[in-house]
Write a protein that binds this ligand. Structure first.
Ligand code: GSH
Length: 213
């Protein structure tokens, strides 16, 4: 296996946390997004979608998308389980993953990629040169606030997002909260006591510290 990573980016960070939680070692290659290495011929030959993370399997199969890679690793290295132990928990993990991606992560992406000079002509990841849309900046900011409220509400009812125990749903949402903090330049958990409590617990995990430090 070979893992294509970039430490400064949120999506591969989710997979790095999974790798650390499972205590496995996978040869890793960094694709420097700041130097646009993902757009280079060598990487695009492997992955025309030009994003990280990617996991190359020994039979040559290339998996992209952090959820798919994490699912593969969870099935292949089952201990500790991160994707749910029974149908209900598996569904809750996927449900909170989707909420986290569609309502949280994409809101942060909207704000960042439509406002930053560095993303001019690259308002969406991948090789297609999408122009920025100024109106999406404020909408992204609003969506982040709505998402933080939603997380806080769920975490007022349950200790973790899929409720009883730490799962991939927490990993994905935790990375998005960190991404939001970086893009906003302020801590979006302030004023959300349940969310702050959860962030502290997740951030203290050795695997999370190893993957993000
Ligand atoms: N759905 C994908 C998203 C992958 C993605 O957007 N990766 C970003 C880094 S977080 C990327 O490679 N961006 C390259 C670019 O902006 O050109 C996943 O979850 O893995």
């Amino acid at each position: 296996m070979r893992f294509y990573d970039f430490r400064g980016a949120p999506s591969p960070t989710k997979v790095r946390i999974v790798i650390e939680e499972k205590g496995i070692e996978i040869p890793t290659e960094s694709i420097n997004l700041r130097k646009l290495e993902q757009q280079g011929e060598a990487y695009r030959q492997k992955h025309p979608g030009a994003t990280v993370p990617m996991l190359e399997l020994d039979d040559g199969t290339r998996l992209t998308e952090s959820l798919a890679i994490s699912h593969y690793l969870d099935q292949t290295f089952p201990d500790p389980n991160l994707m749910g132990l029974d149908p209900k928990e598996q569904a809750l993990v996927l449900m909170w993953h989707d909420i986290g991606t569609l309502e949280g992560y994409l809101g942060v992406q909207e704000l960042l990629r439509n406002s930053s000079e560095a993303f001019k002509g690259r308002a969406l990841p991948g090789p297609q040169p999408y122009e920025q849309i100024a109106a999406l900046v404020e909408r992204g900011r609003t969506r982040i606030g709505v998402f933080m409220n939603k997380l806080d509400q769920q975490l007022s009812r349950c200790e973790y997002l899929a409720c009883e125990r730490y799962t991939y749903a927490d990993i994905a949402a935790f990375v998005t909260v960190g991404f939001a903090k970086r893009v906003l330049g302020e801590d979006p958990t302030v004023g959300h006591s349940n969310l702050s409590r959860w962030v502290e617990v997740i951030a203290a995990r050795p695997a999370v510290q190893a993957a993000t430090g």
